[in-house]
Every structure is written in C-alpha cells, then in structure tokens.
Design a protein around this ligand. Structure first.
Ligand SMILES: Nc1nc2c(ncn2[C@@H]2O[C@H](COP(=O)(O)OP(=O)(O)OP(=O)(O)O)[C@@H](O)[C@H]2O)c(=O)[nH]1
Ligand SMILES: [Zn+2]
Length: 214
C-alpha cells in the first residue's frame, strides 16, 4: 500500500522499513529554546510578585520549561497497518481514549476523552495507533475543533478508509478554574469523513457506539 503524502501540518511522516506496512511518524517541532523558556518563566514569576530566589521556586523555571516542552513534544511512532484479508466492513471504534492538550488561548490544559473510529478499506490499523494519533496532535497548543479535525484528516489521508469519525469530549481548565468557572462543563466536537459523513445510518451507528446518543 502506498501511503498518502502527509497533510500540511507541523508533523513530518516518513516511510520506514517494511514499506507500505509501517509509516514512521516523527515530529518536526522547531525553535524550542529551553534556556529562553526558563528565563521567561523567571520573568513571569517576578512580574507576578513572586520571589524567584525562594528555595521552593529556585528550580521552578526549569521544571515549568521542561513541563511545557514535554507537553508540546509529539512522540514518534510507527503507523502500522495490516491487509484487511477478511474484508471486515463494519466500524472499528476505539472508545474513551484519554486525551489531554493545552488551550492555545490561556496555555491551560483541557482534558477528556476521544472516540476514534473508521470503516476499513483495504487495510486495517494497529489499534494502539488510534490513540497515538490523538496524542500526536494533542501535544500542541490547540483549540478543540482543530484537534478533532486534524485527527480525522490525518487518518483519512494515511489509511484511506471508507470513513472516519472522531468525537472529543473535554473539560477546559480555562472555563473551570478561572473566568466563568463553569466547572464540570464538557465540550463535545466531532469530525466525520466518507461514509460516516454522508450516510445518516452509519453516522448514527457511530454515535450510538460511542455512547453519546442512544
Ligand atoms: N472555540 C474554542 N474556544 C476556546 C477553546 N479553548 C478556549 N476557548 C475560548 O477562547 C476564548 C477566549 O476569549 P477571550 O474573551 O479573549 O478570553 P477571556 O477574556 O479569558 O474569556 P473568558 O474565558 O470568557 O473569561 C474563551 O471564550 C475560551 O473559552 C477551544 O478549544 N475552542
Ligand atoms: Zn483557554
């Protein structure tokens, strides 16, 4: 199987060994300057009236800089596919994949679950890869709508299935801890491709399997 070229995104995908079966996905985030990030955190602490020389805060700039770099660094993986020998033609759905990302507006976390499914075409996907693709795009400054679409678009482009469906339910800390303080409110977003977008029955089945509708 020839895998489609990666869509325009911050991520680079290269064919690995076992051509056509594995796609080695590597991240291409550039311009990360850990020292500059640490200095910026120190400046932030001072600007917030904190004493960065206190023993508790002494290593905080380093910890915070590392924490953000970690949360914004996608992890490499092999996108492993197998031939769909039995012609399986029903939904494959990974439910309740834990998802956490960072809100682009406040740099605060939003977290919840992703439901990612597809209707196979010629190939089926290693199941863990559905969760890995969620993680790939979640390690970025995000808005939930974009994250949802990126996961769906990427699977459509790389797996060429008959359909793709992605639903994310998440609580945004910027809505819970501050501002409106609507603690517990969850935002639901979805993105569909192919049969799941065009056929009402398939779409309904997808949502029923996620447990979002009866
Ligand atoms: N559409 C969308 N909005 C988001 C997301 N994450 C955070 N936001 C919103 O981004 C908006 C930013 O609005 P502003 O009015 O500039 O920011 P703010 O004054 O801090 O807004 P409040 O949160 O209402 O206090 C807020 O309404 C956030 O709830 C997201 O993933 N998608
Ligand atoms: Zn926010």
């Amino acid at each position: 199987m020839t895998l489609a070229a990666p869509p325009a995104s911050a991520f680079d995908a290269r064919a690995g060994s076992g051509a056509g079966k594995h796609l080695h996905v590597v991240h291409g985030r550039e311009n990360v300057d850990l020292d500059a990030a640490q200095r910026a955190v120190t400046d932030l602490l001072v600007a917030l009236g904190q004493d960065p020389t206190s023993e508790h805060l002494a290593d905080t700039p380093k910890r915070v800089a590392h924490a953000y770099v970690e949360m914004l660094s996608p992890r490499e993986f092999n996108l492993t596919t197998f031939p769909n020998d039995e012609g399986y033609d029903e939904l494959v759905l990974a439910k309740a994949i834990p998802m956490q990302s960072l809100c682009q507006h406040h740099l605060l976390p939003f977290r919840g679950t992703a439901h990612v499914g597809y209707l196979p075409g010629d190939r089926i996907l290693g199941l863990s890869k559905l969760a890995r693709v969620v993680d790939l795009f979640a390690r970025d400054l995000q808005v939930q709508e974009r994250l949802t679409q990126q996961i769906a678009n990427w699977l459509q482009d790389h797996l060429a299935p008959k359909g793709v469906g992605v639903v994310i339910e998440a609580e945004h800390m910027c809505m819970s801890l501050r501002g409106v303080r609507a603690s517990g409110s969850r935002t639901v977003t979805s993105a569909m491709h192919g049969v799941l977008r065009e056929d009402a029955r398939s779409r309904q089945e997808f949502f029923a399997l996620t447990g979002l509708v009866g």
